[in-house]
Ligand binder design. Structure first.
Ligand code: ATP
Ligand code: MG
Length: 602
């Protein structure tokens, strides 16, 4: 249903644009004029910004991320600045990182690991994770970083279907999670343990000690010829809508990583960049490892989990200039209010970006209040490998919009036809499925062992994203909801995002998750689960007030009919609200695959 049809204002009309100063201080934007860049962009030119393996031997992610800089003027620049849980620090320059990754590459070679073999990394955000990922890419292995919080079952599934031959992990994680499933993983030949205590020797049967097998290796390694189409990364999707899928990416993906680092995150030579995502989620690899390094900036790695004071301390002490985070963290910061930010010197912050879930307009605006800058929402998926739609630095921000397509990306809103084809919707602000013209460098090359499912993602020239969106007359895209989450009520299609954003406008609401609940009359009714801000407690009066607020803003058809208070919403480890779980629990249905559920919020 279009908003016009609903006879009410859409998010697009409610919040004023945030107009960017045209003469911003500091370095000019990498993309000062979006429309011109869109007209003139070619992927050939984007490829030309990369180095390529010496001697025309192809394209390898690790060369672009590490060796290229380590052998040039950036050799002594900090590549990774690691801040440990206990406050310890380790700094790796580009030269250090080259040597460390060469050693790891030689280790794999010495173990007889060949190109195309799968290397999994199960570790918290420790330097060895980064070294192992990049080192394995040098040997042309297929690399898959996993969340360290996964339990044995999800680990086994992923190692099994990804046919892991090598696992790099830590001693405690191995003992707690892997030892018991090891016998069921016949393909897993080598386990390399990073000792927790770097001084103590590790003696765990059936494993190798990182210090013994890696640190003695030669610091020299020549990356073998690498085709851009060689497999590089295996990333599992977040599991928000069902069982996670294993998306395969190739070395050519680095072209997208690099150009989006430049355009969507506006990375400049002297930036200090912090991506808060864990590499167990695609964002933590594409933008926590690859894009900052290919752009030659200093990347901050923080081992600890979210804590507002720690985070503000990192932003201040490291002089972070570009910060890439996620709505769930932003909402947690909002809960603590802007006062918690005061007292920190965040004057180095230049650009703030967010990904992973729809970013409520309130959160964009809160960024302005707390940091003097809006959060720039951007949209992409595990399958797209890199940022596809973004609020770019030189564009005005329309709070609640995901922004515009990356130059080089043809986006459209389409409707699926009965014959399996799709037709494009040209009218502005009409909902349809977000689709992208297939063929950009970081497009997944397959779902592991799920050929049919992969094939179904394409129709004619389009890759179909499974997300519903609208495009406004200026070309900005507005997220409506995942097609699985969209609610059909009395003949209307209702996207949960707008309802959730509306509830969040109320000062009592910290976060909201909205589902469709079957109803004999309406088909489905809108039901909301709401977590409250500090200082508010559930009551019948508050419920009525929230229902009234939503009704006034959204109209009777779209507003929730039911609101439940909840202490927290179930979310994935990558921070996304699991609406399918809210629904299953509401209806008493099987909960499905919970391998990516964070903690256990009930
Ligand atoms: P699964 O595919 O297993 O259900 P998932 O889709 O959550 O999990 P990811 O690839 O991590 O796995 O997430 C991509 C999805 O996240 C997008 O398809 C979209 O639904 C949502 N998303 C990401 N960024 C945004 C954004 N800026 N605005 C709205 N939604 C977003
Ligand atoms: Mg998905």
């Amino acid at each position: 249903m279009s908003d016009q049809a609903a006879g009410r204002a859409s998010l697009a009309d409610l919040y004023p644009r945030i107009v960017k100063p045209r003469a911003a201080s500091g370095a000019p934007a990498n993309m000062p004029d979006y429309h011109q860049a869109h007209r003139t962009f070619t992927w050939e030119a984007a490829r030309g910004l990369l180095d390529g393996l010496p001697g025309g031997r192809g394209l390898n992610i690790a060369h672009e991320a590490v060796d290229r800089h380590a052998t040039g003027p950036h050799a002594d620049r900090h590549a990774l600045r690691w801040i440990g849980r206990g406050g310890g620090r380790r700094i790796l320059t580009y030269r250090d990182l080259m040597i460390a990754t060469n050693r790891f590459a030689n280790t794999l070679r010495g173990l007889g690991v060949r190109e195309g073999d799968s290397v999994f990394v199960l570790a918290g955000r420790i330097p060895e994770l980064y070294i192992a990922v990049l080192g394995a890419l040098k040997v042309k292995c297929v690399v898959s970083p996993l969340f360290s919080a996964f339990g044995p079952e999800p680990l086994m599934t992923r190692l099994d279907i990804g046919e892991g031959r090598v696992l790099v992990t830590t001693e405690p994680l191995y003992r707690r999670k892997v030892a018991a499933i090891r016998s069921q993983l016949p393909k897993l030949e080598h386990v390399i343990l990073v000792p927790e205590d770097r001084e103590a020797a590790t003696e765990v049967p059936g494993t190798l000690d990182w210090r013994q097998v890696v640190e003695q290796q030669s610091p020299d390694f020549v990356i073998p010829p690498t085709s851009p189409e060689d497999r590089a990364l295996l990333h599992f999707t977040s599991g928000t809508t069902g069982r996670p899928k294993g998306a395969i990416h190739v070395h050519e993906a680095v072209v997208t990583h690099h150009i989006t680092g430049r355009y969507a995150l506006d990375l400049h030579d002297d930036d200090i960049f912090w991506c808060t995502a864990d590499p167990g989620w695609v964002t933590g690899t594409s933008y926590g490892i690859i894009a900052p390094l290919t752009n030659g900036v200093t990347s901050i790695v923080v081992e600890a989990e979210f804590d507002a004071a720690t985070w503000y301390g990192v932003l201040q002490n490291e002089r972070v200039s570009v910060w890439y985070t996620a709505p769930t963290a932003i909402r947690m910061m909002m809960k603590l209010g802007t006062d918690a930010v005061r007292g920190f010197d965040l004057s180095a912050l230049r650009f703030l970006a967010s990904v992973g879930e729809p970013l409520n307009p309130e959160a964009v605006i809160w960024g302005q209040q707390a940091f003097g800058k809006p959060f720039h929402d951007n949209w992409w998926q595990t399958e797209t490998g890199g940022i596809m739609i973004a609020n770019f630095v030189a564009m005005d921000v329309k709070p609640g919009s995901m922004g515009m397509p990356l130059p080089g990306i043809g986006a459209g809103i389409v409707r699926r036809n009965d014959d399996g084809g799709v037709s494009q919707i040209d009218e502005p602000m009409v909902e349809g499925e977000l689709a992208l013209k297939a063929g950009w460098p970081s497009m997944m090359r397959g779902y592991l062992h799920e050929e049919e499912r992969y094939r179904k993602c394409f129709a004619g020239p389009w890759y179909l994203t499974g997300d519903l969106a609208m495009r406004d007359a200026d070309g900005y895209y507005w997220f409506v909801g995942r097609s699985d989450d969209v609610i059909k009520s009395s003949g209307h299609l209702i996207g949960p995002f707008e309802v959730e954003s509306t509830l969040m406008e109320h000062p009592a609401v910290a976060e909201a998750g909205v589902i469709g609940k079957p109803d004999p009359m309406a088909g489905e009714i809108v039901k909301a689960f709401v977590a409250l801000n500090p200082g508010f407690s559930p009551s019948e009066a508050l419920r009525r007030e929230l229902l009234g607020h939503a009704r006034k803003r959204l109209g009777a058809v779209v507003a929730p009919k039911e609101i439940d208070f909840s202490t927290g919403l179930p979310r994935t480890r990558s921070g996304k609200i699991m609406r399918r779980l809210l629904k299953a629990r509401e209806l008493g249905l099987p909960e499905g695959d919970l391998s990516t559920l964070e903690g256990d919020v009930r």
